[in-house]
Design a protein around this ligand. Structure first.
Ligand code: AHR
Length: 643
């Protein structure tokens, strides 16, 4: 019999002692899960778990991308220059207007004009423009912020003050003066250093002057410290959360974001590289404009920072409002764009586009194995995808024969290396579909489950969704010989009002804080404990317990078995495990468990760790043992073994 290390109870109670509420009851007759630990059934894909994101729910701007200023390019609408306000301190009198006639570059031809009618010399008198950030600007003590702006002044030699100001006190908590602003557009950079202060997002950014005159500002920027200190890089807390997911790839840049509503609004990668001042920004399909700070190279550097590979999605000639490019001559320039893009990413610095990447600061090529042509082309009512895919496929393979080309929907009349399947379901629908790939032809087209999620919970999934996700993941793991890649979507949401366009997103955040949903922790557990071999595991025919799901993988080097067992019932479930074929099975294992009192239970920005994995040793394991799964629980049991 097994003994729990914490309470010394017997093995049957090992899991119960940790989590089972008093009301939980094990069923009378345990079901037997038979595991063949002799020969592995198949190799599991080493890239099964990855990431998928796009610019949705303020995922990059106002999310992962570290920039703190909102509308840093001073775009204006009927309501004025959005997210910027006039700041008049003391006796200053000024006005602020969009100026369509001048801007810092051809890509950014407009700016904001600050006209200061009067301001007396003396402390406290200043006129300027203030940015509110993305639902505030997070400011922390003893922190260095990198600030920059483009400016020109009617009177050369002007001084601009750059400051971080508290919303509550109106006082600057960090300030620098930038003298010598000339009459031609130029970039000015400085650092803002904070001291002791109240950590919060209740701060704003101000560019101000203390002399009457006319001033223009364009492309301003404010960055906090970033992950791995990358200049213009990513938010640290969010990158740490991604790293903990043990991803192996990033599908980028979308999603619908790749396609755009219209062809002209696609992710036009050539307009997203090089200095920020040369990036025109573009309208995304999720109701807001992208700064394109997260451009092609930034996506790749994000991969580099996590040590993962990009799965590069190239625009395939279809945009969401039923616009498509005819295959043939009309599509040729788009195919060339994709070839150029692959060269920018993977080419030596001596190639035309590799040289461009080197000029952008990254001489070393990136390694790519997968290129996806388009996104969800099953929605293209023109039926043009078969031919569009074929044209891309043939051109890419001619130059890059080793690349695997992913189709976004099944294609007729042409080879496909991989096909991308998407699933957005309820937990029950996933429970019902866990055997989806069990009968798939092992020699057919490989599968990329490029988007999947249980859509229950708002803004982030609740525990019921985590159960649906975990059940689905057991099915993907059992079939990870044909499923070569998988990625949950969407990954991120800014939880502020107006921040979300799509319900149920894995990780939530505001300007200051972030949290992982129960589904996030389910993925962390599954990806962290995943072997390279799939073992045959099954409940006896007709004896599969309702709402209990399983998969078993093994690490071929250490022999460790990873048993994933999901109990979506509100009662405890006993499972008898029969392990055949192992030379030796250790007696002590380690259990990781995620559980909650109800399916509605969840994590929130204010209670971020209500549902997180717990772990404990389980003793008394062997070739045959019994486990009690807590009600509503996702369990990963590590069992040492040798063959
Ligand atoms: O993940 C949200 C959207 O769902 C993606 O942009 C799209 O590919 C899918 O329809």
């Amino acid at each position: 019999m097994k003994r729990c290390t914490r309470c010394s109870s017997t093995a049957l109670l090992a899991a119960l002692c940790m989590t089972v509420p008093m009301s939980g009851h094990a069923q009378a007759q345990p079901s037997t899960l038979t595991i063949d630990a002799g020969a592995a059934r198949a190799k599991s894909s080493p890239t099964l778990y990855g990431l998928m994101t796009e610019e949705i729910n303020y995922s990059y701007d106002g999310g992962l991308y570290g920039e703190l200023l909102r509308n840093r390019t001073f775009r204006s609408s009927w309501s004025g220059v959005e997210h910027w306000t006039l700041s008049q301190q003391g006796d200053a009198r000024a006005s602020m207007t969009p100026d369509q006639a001048t801007g810092p570059s051809a890509a950014l031809p407009t700016s904001v004009k600050l006209s200061v009618a009067s301001v007396s010399p003396g402390a406290g008198n200043a006129a300027g423009i203030a940015n509110e950030g993305y639902w505030g600007i997070a400011v922390r003590p003893h922190t260095t912020y990198q600030a920059s702006f483009y400016a020109k002044a009617a009177k050369p030699g002007s001084t601009v003050t750059v400051a971080l100001v508290s919303d509550d006190t109106g006082k600057a908590v960090a300030e620098q003066t930038v003298p010598g602003v000339g009459s031609d557009w130029q970039k000015y950079s400085t650092t803002l250093q904070t001291g002791e202060l109240v950590t919060s997002e209740r701060y704003h950014f101000v560019l101000s002057v203390a002399e009457p005159g006319t001033y223009w500002f364009g492309l301003a920027s404010l960055f906090p410290p970033t992950y791995k200190g990358r200049v213009g890089g990513n938010r640290i807390d969010l990158m740490e959360k991604l790293a903990a997911m043990h991803p192996t790839f990033l599908r980028m840049p979308g999603g619908n974001y790749l396609e755009g509503d219209h062809i002209a609004e696609r992710f036009d990668w050539k307009k997203t590289i090089g200095p920020m001042v040369d990036r025109p920004t573009h309208q995304g399909p999720w109701s807001y404009r992208s700064s394109d700070g997260m451009g092609l190279l930034e996506f790749l550097e994000w991969c580099e920072d996590l040590g993962i590979q990009p799965v590069l999605a190239v625009y395939g000639g279809y945009s969401l409002q039923q616009e498509h490019v005819e295959p043939g001559a009309a599509l040729a320039p788009y195919v060339q764009d994709a070839l150029d893009e692959i060269e920018y990413v993977t080419g030596a610095a001596t190639t035309r586009w590799g040289a461009e990447r080197a000029k952008d600061g990254h001489p070393k090529p990136f390694t790519v194995h997968y290129v996806e042509v388009g996104n969800e082309d099953n929605f293209d009512k023109s039926g043009s995808y078969d031919k569009r895919y074929a044209q891309f496929y043939d051109a890419i393979k001619a130059q890059y024969p080793l690349l695997s080309i992913i189709a976004t929907t099944a294609v007729k009349g042409h080879a496909m290396d991989v096909v991308d399947d998407h699933y957005y379901k309820t937990a029950q629908e996933f429970f019902d579909d866990v055997h989806h790939y069990d009968k798939t032809d092992r020699d057919g087209t490989k599968i990329f489950v490029g988007e999947w999620a249980t859509r229950e919970g708002l803004p982030t999934p609740n525990f019921g969704a985590a159960l649906g996700d975990a059940a689905w993941m057991t099915g993907m793991e059992r079939n990870s010989d044909v499923i070569v890649l998988s990625s949950y979507a969407p990954l991120f949401t800014n939880i502020n009002p107006g921040g979300l366009q799509w319900d149920t997103d894995l990780i939530g955040y505001d300007a200051m804080r972030s949290y992982g949903s129960p589904s996030y922790y389910a993925q962390v557990l599954f990806a962290q404990h995943h072997g390279d071999e799939i073992l045959q595991s099954a409940f006896a025919d007709g004896a599969e317990p309702l709402r209990v799901f399983q998969s078993v993988t093994r690490d071929s080097r250490s022999g460790t078995l990873y048993l994933k067992l999901v109990n979506a019932n509100t009662t405890a479930q006993s499972v008898h495990l029969d392990l055949h074929g192992a030379k030796q099975v250790g007696t002590t294992g380690h259990m990781y468990m995620l559980s909650a009192p109800s399916t509605a239970a969840t994590n929130t920005i204010t209670e971020p760790t209500r549902i997180v994995p717990a772990e404990h040793d389980v003793q008394g394991l062997g070739a045959s043992f019994e486990l009690v799964l807590s009600p509503l629980s996702i369990n990963v049991l590590e069992v040492p073994s040798s063959r």
